[in-house]
Design a binder for this molecule. Structure first.
Ligand code: OGA
Ligand code: NI
Length: 346
């Protein structure tokens, strides 16, 4: 019998043991497998943000509203995040995952409450089936509260990641204003509901996989936060559920993929949907994706915008704090797909 050495990180298992079969703990039951032959290739709306800052703003707001309603996902170009900031971010992520195992393991933790940590899968303390992914998770706003925890190897890590985080935050704030406006709310409405705000990011590393139809990088889930700004390399892997079908989203250089998270779904009173998406893996290429999760602060009270609640159209969810929601998310696991049903109004 082949002996598989104990490794904390998947990337080290894959590279050192030259495994040619997916270990059984990475394989979900047959009914939950990716079924890659049924996936269709389609695009999601691509929105040019250039006109967000000119006389045609209302047209862009309209496009964003439509995309949030129909897809929960869209791509943006002319987003004002400089190309060099993006390429430095991607490069430093690639270098980080190439560091020797011992060096990377200095950041390792399986405790989801830690604000800087390298881990694998999703939550190995609670999940039954593992995912084909390693990830470095960082809290990044306010920057000065967290940057001292971040890796110092590669030496340019903190500088490049900090620059990227600040730029991504600028984009998140513009999008949050636009989303507020598109709901017919004051443009500062959502911004004001978020308390002091928070921002996290993940550097996801998906190693090549010998049997991509048996496992996931990440299984179907919705994002728990407000909105996500996804940067990815040129290797496809993201799929989004639309009308009951998984659609594969091919990467477009210098664009970001934006998706609505659970908190916007709640604030918009289900007008905008936090849509199921997943990451699949492939046989021959590693893939890196870098989501920025823009979030309320843990003590922010989340509920539907009062303007959207009427007697005929009452609140769907009870009030909760983001901290309460976030804790349930990590403990419950991705396989249950969505936490919102735990917060239905009674
Ligand atoms: C996530 C996510 C998708 C991807 O990290 O929440 O959905 O393509 N990632 O890596
Ligand atoms: Ni996600």
């Amino acid at each position: 019998m082949a002996v598989i050495s104990k490794r904390l990180l998947l990337s080290d298992l894959v590279s050192s043991d030259k495994i040619d079969q997916v270990p059984s703990n990475y394989i979900p039951p047959v009914s939950q497998r990716p079924n890659l032959q049924h996936v269709v290739h389609e695009s999601i709306p691509l929105i040019d943000l250039h006109n967000l800052h000119g006389p045609d703003r209302s047209q862009v707001i309209h496009q964003i509203g439509l995309a949030c309603r129909e897809y929960g996902f869209f791509q943006v170009k002319n987003h004002r995040v400089p190309e060099s900031t993006i390429s430095n971010m991607m490069e430093v992520a690639r270098e980080f995952f190439k560091l020797p195992e011992q060096e990377r393991l200095k950041c390792y933790s399986d405790d989801p409450t830690k604000t800087t940590r390298l881990s694998t899968s999703f939550n190995i303390r609670t999940e039954k089936v593992a995912n084909w992914r390693d990830y470095l998770r960082l809290h990044c706003y306010p920057l000065q509260d967290y940057i001292h925890e971040w890796p110092t190897n590669p030496t340019s890590f903190r500088d490049h990641v900090a620059e990227y985080c600040m730029s991504a935050r600028g984009l998140a704030l513009q999008l949050i204003e636009a989303i507020s406006e598109s709901l017919g709310l004051d443009k500062d409405y959502i911004n004001r509901q978020l308390g002091k705000h928070a921002q996290h990011m993940a550097l996801n590393y998906y190693p090549p996989c010998p049997q991509p139809d048996l496992t996931y990088g990440l299984p179907g889930h919705t994002d728990v936060n407000l909105i996500t700004i996804l940067l990815q390399d040129e290797v496809p892997g993201l799929q989004v559920l639309k009308n009951g079908k998984w659609i594969a989203i091919d990467p477009v250089p210098n664009t970001f993929i934006i998706n609505i998270g659970d908190q916007i779904q709640v604030m918009s009173k289900d007008k905008y949907k936090s849509v199921l998406h997943r990451a699949v893996v492939n046989c021959d290429k590693e893939r890196i994706s870098i989501p920025t999760f823009y979030c309320p602060s843990p003590n922010a009270a989340i509920g539907p915008a009062p303007e959207l609640v009427t007697d005929d159209d009452p609140a769907v969810y009870r009030q909760f704090t983001y901290g309460e929601y976030y804790e349930k998310f990590w403990n419950r696991g991705l396989s249950k797909e969505n936490c919102l049903d735990m917060f239905i109004a009674t």
